[in-house]
Design a protein around this ligand. Structure first.
Ligand code: A2P
Ligand code: 11C
Length: 339
C-alpha cells in the first residue's frame, strides 16, 4: 500500500529531516504534501530526486492525506491537527500540545508501542520531547530488568531543538565574536556562543522550566508509572545538532554496570560506546549528529549510592528526538493499523 503524506512545517529544521527520513527509509509515499506558512508557499523542496511545491497550510485540504506529520509549533497543531484528524488524516504531532491528554498516545516505538492502539479516539498520536525520547530508549531495558525509582538528569541540548533561527543565532554570534564584534541576542535571552544557559522553554511556578517538567510528565506517561521520580536540569549548549545527557538513576533492585552494559548492548535503538579510555565515549559531534541510534557510554556504578547507576546518553535531537521517531510511529501505524 501507498500513502499520501502531509508534512506540516516542511521548511523547518524538523520538517526537512522528516522528508529526508521518509526518503531514506523508503516510506511508501504516494504523494508528499509539504506544508508551511504563506511565506514559503510556492517554494520547492526535493523529494526522491523531484521538486515538490510547498503549499500554504491554511489552504490545504487534509482529506487528500492519510498521514500528517506535524512540526510547526504548538499553536499550529492546536488549530490544524483536529481539522486534519476530522478529515481522516491520522496526525503524528511533534509538538507538546497534545502530549499530556489522557486520550492521546505518547509513543517511543522502542518503549511503549502497545499504547499506539489508543490513537483511534482522536486520530492524533503525540511524539515526545527529544530529551525524553533518548533518555527512555536508554533506560527501558534497565527499567524492565530491575525497576527504576528515581532519575536525576542534566541535559546538554543543541540549539537545533529551538529551530532554524536558533541555529543561525549560534552561527552568527560565533562569527561576530571571533571578529571582535558584539553578539546580538534575539532567540535566546543571553549569549549562546561560548556559553551555556540553564534555561529551556518557559519558567514554571515551581522554579523548574517547562522543558524540565516535560521530562517528568512524559517519562511517567510513557512508562505508565506515576511513581517514578524525575529530577531534571535542562541546559542549552553551543552545539548545533545532538543532545547529550548525564543520567543518574536509582534502581529498585541492584544492577551492576556490567549487567547494565549487557542489557544495553541488546536493546533496540541503542548503540553502546563505552571503552573507559580516551575518546571511548559518544559525543554529539562526530558520533550522533546525522545518525539514528541513541548512544550510551560512561556506564558506571554510582559510588555514592548502593542502587545507583550513571549513564551518558547522546542522540541526534532532530532525528531520533523528533523526525525519526515520528516516522517510526507512522511506520508502526501503517503496518499494524492502516494496511
Ligand atoms: P515557514 O518556513 O513558512 O515559516 P523551525 O522550527 O525550524 O523554526 O520551523 C518552523 C516550521 O513551522 C517552518 O516550516 C515554518 O514555515 C512552519 N510554520 C511557522 N508558522 C507557520 C504557520 N502560521 N503556518 C504554517 N506553518 C508555519
Ligand atoms: C529543545 N526539546 O531542545 C526542545 C525542543 O517539546 O517538542 C522540542 C520542544 C518540544 O529545545
Amino acid at each position: 500500500d501507498q500513502y499520501d503524506v502531509a508534512v506540516v512545517g516542511a521548511t523547518g529544521a524538523v520538517g526537512e529531516a522528516m522528508i529526508e527520513i521518509l526518503e531514506q527509509r523508503d516510506f511508501p509515499v504516494r504523494n508528499l504534501y509539504p506544508l508551511a506558512s504563506s511565506r514559503s508557499a510556492g517554494k520547492t523542496i526535493m523529494f526522491k530526486g523531484s521538486p515538490v511545491t510547498v503549499t500554504d497550510l491554511a489552504e490545504f485540504d487534509f482529506s487528500q492525506a492519510q498521514i500528517g506529520l506535524f512540526s510547526a509549533g504548538g499553536s499550529i497543531s492546536e488549530k490544524y491537527a483536529p481539522i486534519a484528524a476530522a478529515a481522516g488524516c491520522v496526525v503524528v504531532d511533534n509538538t507538546s500540545h497534545f502530549r499530556r491528554d489522557d486520550d492521546i498516545p505518547l509513543i517511543v516505538p522502542e518503549v511503549n508501542i502497545e499504547a499506539l492502539a489508543g490513537y483511534t479516539t482522536r486520530n492524533i498520536i503525540a511524539n515526545p520531547n527529544c530529551s525524553t525520547i533518548q533518555m527512555l530508549v536508554a533506560l527501558k531495558p534497565i527499567y524492565d530488568a530491575v525497576g527504576i525509582e528515581r532519575i536525576n538528569v542534566c541535559t546538554y541540548q543543541a540549539v537545533s531543538g529551538t529551530g532554524k533561527e536558533a541555529i543561525e543565532e549560534l552561527a552568527s554570534q560565533t562569527a561576530r565574536l571571533l571578529n571582535g564584534q558584539e553578539a546580538e541576542c534575539e532567540v535566546y535571552p543571553k549569549q549562546i556562543a561560548f556559553n551555556v544557559l540553564p534555561h529551556i522553554d518557559t519558567f514554571q511556578d515551581n522554579g523548574y522550566t517547562r522543558e524540565e517538567m516535560k521530562m517528568v510528565w512524559e517519562t511517567q506517561k510513557i512508562f505508565g508509572d506515576h511513581s517514578i521520580q524525575v529530577n531534571p536540569t535542562c541546559v542549552r549548549v553551543p552545539v548545533f545538532f545532538g543532545h547529550s545527557e548525564a543520567v543518574h538513576i536509582e534502581t529498585v533492585d541492584e544492577i551492576s554496570a556490567a549487567q547494565a552494559r549487557e542489557l544495553l548492548e541488546n536493546a533496540p535503538g541503542v548503540q553502546v560506546m563505552d571503552e573507559r579510555a580516551d575518546g571511548g565515549y559518544p559525543t554529539a559531534v562526530g558520533d550522533s549528529a546525522g545518525t539514528d541510534p541513541v548512544f550510551v557510554g560512561r556506564i558506571r556504578e554510582d559510588i555514592s549510592h548502593p542502587r545507583g547507576l550513571n549513564l551518558w546518553v547522546v542522540a541526534d535531537n532532530v532525528r531520533k528526538g523528533a523526525a525519526l521517531n515520528s516516522v517510526q510511529i507512522a511506520e508502526a501505524l501503517i503496518t499494524t493499523y492502516l494496511d
